[in-house]
Ligand binder design. Structure first.
Ligand code: PEP
Length: 260
């Protein structure tokens, strides 16, 4: 099985202005040790208006952090008032772009088709998508969680060419909707089961070797106290962290979970 480099990403959602964002990253860098960055990627995803400030900070302080965006429009440019394009993000040294977060699917009507166009655009511009999939509480209770996640995967990856040499650039985040921002977390066993199902589906969409290289994160109330067991699961290669990434101390504990 291929060795996968875990990726831990903080999704700040619509929190922190650019001055607060600078402070948060400076404090995070202060709490992290060089060893915390080894063998894993650490990503911060502030709002669009903070990207330039954080890009500059990362560059000037030579921080081993990757920059992520929370969304993008699929087109390169055009009459799309209020939107931000992939080339604009790429020029800001953005490495990762979240696509299809459940909040965007639920609150902004993003369908698999739209998410699919975003994933294609992100890859086309040399960035890495963090493709979010996940079931609601009702879907889990109805026993359809795997079907829902598999269908989101198929729809969001339709026509997307992933080869062995770019498979590491694709990240799938399994985020059960009922666990996001609720303090409820999937048990490590349930999270593992779904991440394994994601990998099985990726193997059928592509092939086993490609599937073995794609990173699959878990997201949903990841905290310093549960990150270790979650990331200890064989098919979980990282975490997408919302609320806890807004605290430099907590996010540093999550990133530094291998210390003891
Ligand atoms: C998220 O925003 O993707 C998320 C997982 O949030 P939280 O960690 O707060 O549940």
């Amino acid at each position: 099985m291929a060795e996968r480099t875990p990726v831990i990403a903080g999704n700040w959602k619509m929190h922190r202005d650019h001055l607060e964002a600078i402070q948060l990253v400076q404090k995070l860098a202060y709490h992290l040790e060089a060893a915390d960055y080894e063998g894993q990627e650490v990503v911060v995803c502030p709002s669009f208006v903070c990207l330039r400030s954080i890009q500059t900070l990362i560059q000037s302080d030579r921080l081993p952090l990757a920059l992520g965006a929370q969304n993008c429009h699929p087109e390169d440019e055009g009459a799309f008032t209020g939107e931000v394009s992939p080339p604009m993000l790429q020029r800001l040294d953005v490495t990762y772009v979240i696509a299809g977060h459940s909040e965007r699917r639920a609150l902004f009507g993003e369908s698999d088709e739209i998410v699919n166009a975003k994933v294609a655009a992100i890859l086309r511009h040399g960035m890495r998508p963090i493709l979010c999939v996940g079931e609601t509480k009702e879907e889990r209770e109805a026993g359809t969680a795997v079907d829902v996640v598999v269908s989101q995967l198929r729809g969001s990856l339709a026509g997307i060419d992933i080869a062995l040499d770019n498979a590491e650039e694709v990240v799938v985040a399994y985020e059960p909707v009922w666990a996001i921002g609720t303090g409820l977390t999937a048990t490590p066993e349930d999270a593992q089961e779904m991440c394994a199902a994601v990998r099985t589906e990726l193997a059928s969409l592509y092939d086993q070797a490609i599937s073995d290289r794609i990173r699959v994160q878990y997201g949903g109330s990841v905290k310093p106290g549960n990150v270790k067991t979650l990331m200890g699961q064989p098919d979980i290669d990282g975490a997408l962290v919302g609320g806890a990434s807004l605290s430099s101390e907590d996010f540093a504990l999550i990133v530094g979970h291998r210390r003891d």
